[in-house]
Design a protein around this ligand. Structure first.
Ligand SMILES: [Zn+2]
Length: 249
């Protein structure tokens, strides 16, 4: 299980876990932007935070260490969650993921792939199983004031299907910046069980099946912001060739 690429942002708004272990992942919607959330969580007077934020472009930010409790799910109001421990702040035993956007937004592919990778990694790292009560929406803890969090656009069905394993994702793929990199791409693919190779089209966009792979090895060109990217790229073809040679060992 590869750890997705996570950018540490930090927040002063957190506490310890009071001896509790995280037993569930709670999904949220920001009702705003990733940048706005970065600054809101950095502000001590907001008194709120989450462990992670996932942008529409697939970027993952982290604000609170997993060993600490974030301030995301503190108020319990008409809950609908059997694992709730009465009288104990749910922040002590949950991990929180915020998602850029508004309640009801249809989630973009890049954002979906990143939150899927993050859920996968957290489940393995923390030993959280895939069940309808261990991966929940904020609305399950506060059904009154947070009934729209994360909202109707959140892709629960697809997320559970992919987490359980009925996934059509490629395990690994190689993405070439141009056809000229094909010589290197075949060697990199051979090292990865002869995985699929994609070439960027003339507009240099990233093909959906490539960004959809669980791991993407990029040969030449800029980063794709894929959550599990291996970037083999330099400022010119010689540097790219050197990066590929190093990778191939
Ligand atoms: Zn929420």
């Amino acid at each position: 299980m590869d750890k997705p690429t996570i950018v540490w942002k930090g927040s002063p708004n957190f506490g310890d876990r009071k001896g509790y272990k995280p037993l569930a992942i709670v999904d949220h919607i920001m009702s705003g932007t990733l940048i706005g959330t970065d600054s809101w969580f950095a502000n001590p007077s907001s008194k709120v935070s989450s462990h992670f934020g996932v942008g529409k472009n697939g970027e993952i930010h982290q604000y609170v260490e997993l060993t600490n409790s974030a301030w995301a799910n503190g108020s319990v109001n008409k809950p609908n969650w059997p694992l709730l421990i009465p009288g104990v702040n749910p922040n002590y035993y949950t991990v929180s993921i915020e998602h850029e956007g508004a309640s009801g937004d249809v989630m973009q592919e890049a954002q979906y792939r990143s939150t899927l990778a993050l859920h996968r990694w957290l489940m393995v790292t923390l030993g959280i199983p895939v069940t309808g009560d261990t991966i929940i929406g904020h609305n399950r803890i506060d059904s009154v004031n947070r009934s729209m969090c994360p909202g109707t656009g959140f892709p629960w069905d697809r997320l559970f299907k992919d987490l359980i394993g009925g996934s059509d994702m490629l395990k690994v793929a190689v993405l070439l910046y141009t056809k000229e990199d094909f010589w290197a791409g075949t060697d990199v693919a051979a090292k990865n069980g002869n995985c699929a190779i994609f070439v960027r089209p003339a507009d240099h966009s990233v093909p959906a099946d490539a960004i959809g792979a669980q791991k993407l090895i990029v040969v030449g060109g800029p980063t794709t912001n894929h959550p599990n990217e291996v970037l083999l790229s330099g400022n010119d073809k010689y540097q790219t060739a050197a990066a590929v040679a190093k990778y191939l060992g």
